[in-house]
Ligand binder design. Structure first.
Ligand code: NAP
Length: 263
């Protein structure tokens, strides 16, 4: 029988690249979104909100696999709890596949400062533990920052007359690489924590910002600040990087050139 895969976050940057690949694989695709939509391109849309829990039990009914991509900058642990609870309520036993971030288990978020600067890492780690302890068969992939996210970051900062950046490094990965790996994992057997993935090169945040400004011919001073707190210090030491698991050919420079050519 054809498998049914529920994709939470199927309307997001990553999710939009995942769904065509799942369609090519011939599975039934259901996407959960906070906004109701008509079925399109062979995808069924179900309204569900992982903050309120509304609609989630109906979204998971009858599914074989849940690819959980929905996420925001904080509270992903609670979203994962809501999802797992709804799965229990619906009486299904799907393979739960989750996208996390490289370094989630390596960045300790302990102080009030850490909770301000690194809330995202704490939230992803919380969600990982919910998935791990869900009692369901599960798979977790940790990825580094996507090109698209870093572009949003450098372009927002690049509007400032003086551009502050943190002493962080990033290993940008093409979002499509992450989508392709997630589809393999979704179609495969539950595998627990799989090898994490990151992009082909590592850059300082300053290098990413400068390359963006230079490509636009903008002359702005870019200065590096040390981020406060222990969690930031560990992040700045490279906890978010995975040089031994670099994948893909497309570099930040290539992504940036293509992105700006179509902007
Ligand atoms: N971006 C990166 O660099 C990066 C790196 C590693 C891991 N990740 C993880 O990858 C995942 C996808 O990232 P992305 O960049 O594609 O995110 P995105 O473009 O911001 O999309 C977020 C998705 O989450 C859904 N969502 C948000 N809140 C929800 C809620 N309360 N209930 C149900 N759905 C909700 C949104 O759906 P609607 O708006 O349609 O409701 C949307 O589809 C996230 O979990 C993120 O943490 C991202």
């Amino acid at each position: 029988m054809t498998k049914t895969v529920l994709v939470t976050g199927g309307t997001g940057t990553l999710g939009k690249l995942v769904t065509p690949l799942l369609r090519e694989a011939g599975v039934n695709i259901r996407v959960m979104s906070r906004t109701a939509r008509e079925a399109r391109d062979g995808i069924e849309y179900v309204a569900g909100d992982l903050e309120t829990g509304e609609g989630v039990a109906a979204a998971v009914a009858g599914v074989d696999t849940v690819l959980h991509l929905a996420g925001t900058t904080k509270g992903d642990g609670d979203k994962a709890r809501t999802l797992v609870q709804a799965i229990e309520t619906a009486g299904v036993f799907p393979h739960l596949v989750f996208i996390s971030v490289v370094g989630a288990e390596r960045v300790p978020v302990e102080s009030a400062i850490d909770r301000q600067t690194m809330a995202y890492m704490a939230s992803k780690r919380d969600a990982e533990l919910v998935v791990e302890n869900s009692g369901l068969p599960w798979t977790i992939l940790r990825a580094t920052q996507f090109h698209d996210l870093l572009f949003t970051m450098v372009s927002a900062l690049g509007k400032l007359p003086l551009v502050p950046v943190f002493n962080f490094q990033f290993q940008p990965i093409e979002t499509g690489e992450v989508a392709a790996r997630l589809v393999e994992l979704t179609l495969g057997e539950p595998a627990g924590y799989v090898e994490e993935i990151g992009g082909p090169k590592i850059y300082t945040m300053k290098e990413l910002e400068r390359s963006y400004l230079e490509a636009l011919g903008k002359k702005r001073p870019v200065f590096t600040m040390k981020a406060p707190g222990k969690a930031s210090r560990i992040y700045a030491q490279g906890a978010n990087l995975t040089p031994d698991h670099a994948v893909g050919e497309r570099t930040w420079e290539e992504f940036l050139a293509a992105k700006l050519a179509t902007a």
